[in-house]
Design a protein around this ligand. Structure first.
Ligand code: NAD
Length: 503
């Protein structure tokens, strides 16, 4: 450990802390072999927060090798499942003790509001680790009756070295969604965070060590996707790749993983529909529709970004939705208590969102609110975009089809249930969906018909660690969270036992 591996920082909310800068390999922070770094930027001010070391191929190799070694060490391999759970529980406790710090770092690095990070992300992150800590000693196989002379049983074993690659929209909590089930099942991990948000994962590294995890079990890398990500996915000692990010990157990852037939699970993009039927409770439909697309700056994979409203209540919905957006979606920096929407994560994301706004206008959709940058930061700096609402959107338009990943919603009308389902399913994605109705029969019928991994009835985005999460179609392969999340990180071995050949 050298002082070069840490930097003293004071966040805009006056929180002072020590930020690790190294790659977290074998329970130590180390510099990258080449000395390469990446820089983290405050998206509200466009100023640099810190530089951290960025992994190249040699660093990835080092991390994978220590994870491979740790897999076979008695300190991890022979640790009882209950003790493994206890370690995870300890990590969750340490995270909880540092919740203000983590919320500060993610708000600063990502642009999400401090309040959202504290009350949403941190609660979820701690909850997910605790949930899977509870699973660690409840993972079991079966005994299977066969013939008089034979019995068979199955054991659930870890897959091995797991490479995990996460996006920037929930830096800490995305890491916990992946670490929780992987550790509960006894794997070792090399996790790469997104280059836009490299900071909180390193502080988590400090806590992993403090909690008492043996060296090599958990390794955290920062680095560019095309360099560190590619090296990780291609490494021959990696047994499984778990990825969250865009559909385009997922497709590249599948191709790379195919070379050594790695087990994969993918959580990718979405263009999730939210259907409001004429009999919906209007105040609720408006409240959740707003939260479903405008919270976290719309940078949510399950954001309900296509709102489909029954004709007879369309005008009422639109008036109320516009009013709620105007009164609730206050754009501001991450730290003010009354800010609902902070800056987008990066300049690239900001320009991408503004490009889609321009395309929507060119395509002939009606922009009824927002659409412009909001010059809030010092000297007009910061990646702020006003919450944007398009109506008269048709399924042939790009803004209907493509994931924008920002505070931009498209709204269309339907006349009957059949048309609503057809519009909802008119997408290559299939991640989330929401249905608003007071008719129970209709709610369940439509929930069954919508092609999505998750359907919310009369709400949007309220995920729960106990409930499986994942997509169909081009939104992913496999499930995270819930008991189903364990399937992604364990494999079944069948043992056939011959009881004798005497008969
Ligand atoms: P991205 O695909 O560009 O990057 C995600 C991660 O992949 C980053 O860590 C990046 O460094 C890495 N990466 C990039 N190229 C790589 C390569 N060739 N090999 C290996 N790794 C590589 O996505 P993004 O822009 O950071 O995130 C936004 C996307 O993530 C959106 O499409 C969103 O819907 C999706 N997302 C999905 C979920 C989900 O659970 N389904 C959750 C959050 C975000």
């Amino acid at each position: 450990m050298t002082s070069n591996m840490y930097v003293e920082l004071t966040a805009p909310n006056e929180v002072r802390y020590t930020q690790p800068r190294g790659l977290f390999i074998n329970n130590e922070f180390v510099a990258s072999e080449s000395g390469a770094t990446i820089s983290s930027i405050d998206p509200a001010t466009e100023e640099e927060i810190a530089t951290v070391y960025a992994a190249g191929e040699a660093d990835v190799d080092k991390a994978v090798r220590v994870a491979h070694k740790a897999l076979k060490e008695p300190s991890w391999k022979h640790l009882s499942a209950s003790d493994r759970g206890a370690l995870m529980w300890k990590l969750a406790d340490l995270m909880e003790q540092n919740r203000e710090l983590f919320a500060t770092i993610d708000a600063w690095d990502n642009g999400k509001t401090y309040q959202e990070a504290l009350e949403n992300d941190l609660v979820e992150a701690v909850g997910v680790i605790r949930y899977y800590a509870g699973w660690a000693d409840k993972i079991s196989g079966q005994t299977i009756s066969t013939t008089y002379q034979k019995f068979a049983y199955t054991i659930r074993q870890p897959i091995g070295v797991v490479a995990q690659i996460i996006p920037w929209n929930y830096p800490l909590s995305m890491a916990t969604w992946k670490l929780g089930p992987a550790l509960a099942c006894g794997n070792t991990v090399v996790l790469k965070s997104a280059e836009q948000t490299p900071l909180s994962i390193l502080v988590l590294g400090d806590l992993v060590k403090k909690a008492g995890f043996p060296p090599g079990v958990v390794n955290f890398l920062n680095g560019m996707g095309a360099v560190a990500g590619t090296a990780l996915v291609s490494h021959p000692l990696v047994d499984k790749v778990a990825f969250t990010g865009s559909t385009a990157t997922a497709s590249t990852i599948m191709r790379l993983a195919a070379k050594t037939l790695k087990n994969i699970s993918l959580e990718t993009g979405g263009k999730s529909p939210l259907v409001v039927f004429g009999d919906a409770e209007m105040e609720q439909a408006v409240k959740w529709s707003h939260l479903g697309i405008m919270s976290n700056q719309g940078q949510i994979c399950t954001a309900t970004s296509r709102i489909i409203v029954q004709q007879d209540v369309y005008d009422e919905f639109l008036t109320k939705f516009l009013e709620t957006t105007k009164t609730t979606s206050k754009v501001g920096d991450q730290w003010s208590k009354d800010t609902y929407q902070g800056p987008l994560v990066s300049k690239v994301q900001y320009q991408r969102v503004l490009d889609y706004v321009r395309i929507g206008k060119e395509e002939g959709a009606q922009m009824v609110s927002g659409g412009e940058p909001v010059p809030i930061g010092n000297g007009g700096k910061g990646f702020f975009v006003a919450p944007t609402i398009f109506t008269d959107v048709t399924p042939s338009m790009k803004i209907w089809k493509e994931e924008i990943f920002g505070p931009v919603v498209v709204i269309a009308k339907f006349t009957n249930e059949e048309e609503a389902i057809a519009l909802a399913n008119d997408t290559t994605y299939g991640l989330g969906a929401a249905v608003f109705t007071t008719n129970l029969e209709k709610a369940h019928r439509v929930a069954a018909e919508i092609e999505a991994g998750m359907v919310w009835v009369n709400s949007s985005q309220d995920c729960d660690p106990r409930v499986p999460f994942g997509g169909v179609k081009q939104s992913g392969i496999g499930r995270e969270l819930g008991e189903a999340g364990l399937d992604a990180y364990s494999q079944i071995k069948a043992v056939h036992v011959n009881m004798g050949n005497r008969l």
